[in-house]
Write a protein that binds this ligand. Structure first.
Ligand SMILES: Cc1cc2nc3c(=O)[nH]c(=O)nc-3n(C[C@H](O)[C@H](O)[C@H](O)COP(=O)(O)OP(=O)(O)OC[C@H]3O[C@@H](n4cnc5c(N)ncnc54)[C@H](O)[C@@H]3O)c2cc1C
Length: 419
C-alpha cells in the first residue's frame, strides 16, 4: 500500500541527464515529482562524460542534428525541435553554467568541469520542488488501474499517476546502467530492439597497429566493410591504442562491428574489416602524382619524408612496412609497383577487427525500447497510458559530439512537459 507521502503525480526512474530534465520540467509545471536513483549519488555518467568536461550538446540545430541519429532521426525530430541545443545552452546558462563551442560544434561548460553541469541540474531540481530518493532502485513497475502505478523499491512501494523511465542503457554498467528499463518495458509488452555496445573502441590484433599506440591523427576515414559492402564510414579523429583503434572515427562506426560480434560472426568471408584512409583529404591520384613529382624534384629524399605532412612520423614508417617498401628507399628509387602499394597503404589499409571493447567501455548502447511503440511527441507508451520512456533506454543513439546528451535532455524535457 502507498500512503499520500509515498504517492506522487510523477515518478521518474533514473537520475541521469534525461531523468533530471524530465523531473525538473514536470515539477516546474506544478506536479509532485519524485526522482528515483539506484546509486547513492546521482548523475554519475555526467561526471565521467567528455573526459570529465561534459560535452553537453552540439551547436547544430534540430534539423541538422536529427539525421545524425540514423534510423531514429524522424522519431527524435519533434523532441529535438521542441528542446534544441540552443534551449540546452539557455537552460544551463540560466542555471549558472556558461558554455563554449569547440571544433565540430561540441559545446562544453566554459569551466571544463562536468561537476558544474551536475551541480546545476541538482540546483534546478531543488528549485523546481521535485524530490529525489538516492540508493533507491525501482525493482518493478505495475499498473494497478488508470493513473495508478506502483513502483516497487527495496524500501517499500511508491505510487504514481505517471511514470517516466530514464534508466539509460547497458554501457558502463559499473555506473548503475544495467538495462533495468528494458525489463520494465518488457513487462508492459514493449519490444526491445537487440542491444549492442556503441561508441566504443575496437580491438585489432595486428602487431604494427598496437605498436603505434599513442599515435593520433586529426582526421582519418574509417569504414566498416563486409564483403564488398561498406556498412558505415566516418572521417574524424583517430587514435592507435595498445589494444587497437579508438577516437571519434572508429567509435562512431563501432556499432556495426558490435552487431557482428553479437551474432558471433567476426570470422568467415563476411566478417567485418576496417578500411582505413589515413589521408582522407588527398585523393589516390593526387597522392600518386605527389610521389612521382617528389621522385623527379627531390629524388634523394627518403620516401617517408615525401609522404603527406599530416601523417605522423611513426605511422609513415609503419605504412612503408605495410607496403613492403624498404625504409631507406629514396623517392627517386621507388618503383611503380612500390608506389602503388604505398598509395594503397595510405589510402586503403584493410584490417581484421577482433571485436569491440564491450559495454564496459562503450559510451552508449545501440538498440533499446522499440521506437514504433512510443509516441515521438510525448514519449508516452502507445500501449500504456501514463508510462513514458526518455533518454538512452530508447532505441536511439548518435555519434560522438554532444548528441547523446542532447537527445536525453530533449526527450526528457518532452516527457516532463506533458506529464
Ligand atoms: C565515459 C562516457 C563519456 C560520455 N561522454 C559524453 C559526452 O561528452 N557527450 C554526450 O552527449 N554523451 C556522452 N556520453 C553518453 C551519455 O553519457 C549518455 O548518452 C547519457 O548519459 C544518457 O542519459 P540517460 O539519462 O538516458 O541515462 P544515464 O545517464 O545512463 O542515467 C540513467 C540513470 O538511471 C539509473 N538507474 C538505472 N536503473 C535504475 C533503477 N532500476 N532504479 C533507479 N535508477 C536506475 C542509473 O544509475 C543512472 O543514474 C558518455 C558516456 C560515457 C559512458
Amino acid at each position: 500500500m502507498t500512503s499520500p507521502e509515498t504517492s506522487f503525480d510523477v515518478v521518474v526512474i533514473g537520475a541521469g541527464a534525461a531523468g533530471f530534465m524530465a523531473a525538473i520540467q514536470a515539477a516546474r509545471r506544478g506536479r509532485r515529482v519524485l526522482l528515483l536513483e539506484k546509486n547513492p549519488r546521482p548523475g554519475l555518467k555526467i561526471l565521467v562524460s567528455g573526459g570529465t568536461r561534459c560535452n553537453l550538446t552540439n551547436d547544430l540545430d534540430a534539423d541538422g542534428m536529427a539525421p545524425e541519429f540514423g534510423r531514429a532521426a524522424s522519431f527524435l525530430l519533434p523532441s529535438l525541435r521542441a528542446f534544441d541545443s540552443r534551449e540546452t545552452v539557455r537552460f544551463f546558462g540560466t542555471a549558472g553554467v556558461e558554455t563554449k563551442c569547440e571544433p565540430e560544434g561540441k559545446i562544453f561548460p566554459k569551466s571544463n568541469r562536468a561537476t558544474d553541469v551536475l551541480e546545476a541540474l541538482l540546483r534546478e531540481l531543488r528549485t523546481s520542488g521535485a524530490g529525489m530518493a538516492l540508493g533507491r532502485p525501482a525493482l518493478a513497475v505495475e499498473r494497478l488501474g488508470p493513473e495508478d502505478f506502483r513502483i516497487d523499491t527495496p524500501a517499500g512501494p511508491i505510487g504514481a499517476r505517471r511514470v517516466i523511465v530514464t534508466t539509460g542503457g547497458l554501457s558502463y554498467p559499473k555506473l548503475g546502467t544495467t538495462g533495468d528499463g528494458y525489463a520494465i518495458a518488457r513487462a508492459f509488452g514493449h519490444r526491445i530492439r537487440p542491444t549492442t555496445p556503441a561508441l566504443v573502441a575496437l580491438v585489432v590484433d595486428v602487431p604494427w597497429v598496437r605498436a603505434l599506440s599513442g599515435v593520433t591523427l586529426p582526421r582519418a576515414r574509417v569504414a566498416v566493410v563486409s564483403g564488398k559492402r561498406v556498412l558505415a564510414e566516418r572521417t574524424r579523429g583517430f587514435l592507435f591504442t595498445h589494444f587497437g583503434v579508438s577516437g571519434p572515427a572508429p567509435m562512431d562506426v563501432s556499432a556495426e562491428v558490435a552487431r557482428f560480434e553479437a551474432d558471433s560472426a567476426l570470422e568467415g568471408p563476411k566478417a567485418p574489416r576496417l578500411r582505413l584512409d589515413f589521408a582522407p583529404d588527398v585523393t589516390e591520384a593526387a597522392l600518386d602524382d605527389a610521389l612521382r613529382a617528389a621522385a623527379s624534384r627531390e629524388g634523394s629524399r627518403p620516401v617517408p619524408a615525401v609522404l603527406p605532412e599530416s601523417l605522423p612520423e611513426r605511422l609513415r614508417h609503419a605504412l612503408l612496412d605495410v607496403a613492403q617498401v624498404p625504409i631507406d628507399r629514396r623517392a627517386a628509387e621507388l618503383s611503380r609497383e612500390e608506389r602503388r602499394r604505398l598509395v594503397a597503404a595510405v589510402k586503403a589499409t584493410d584490417l581484421p577487427v577482433a571485436g569491440t571493447r564491450g559495454y564496459a567501455h562503450a559510451e552508449v548502447t545501440a538498440g533499446g525500447v522499440d521506437l514504433r511503440e512510443i509516441d515521438p511527441v510525448t514519449l508516452e507508451s502507445r500501449f500504456v497510458h501514463g508510462l513514458f520512456f526518455a533518454g538512452e533506454v530508447l532505441d536511439a543513439h548518435g555519434p560522438i559530439g554532444g548528441f547523446n546528451f542532447q537527445a536525453a535532455f530533449a526527450t526528457g524535457a518532452a516527457a516532463g512537459r506533458i506529464v
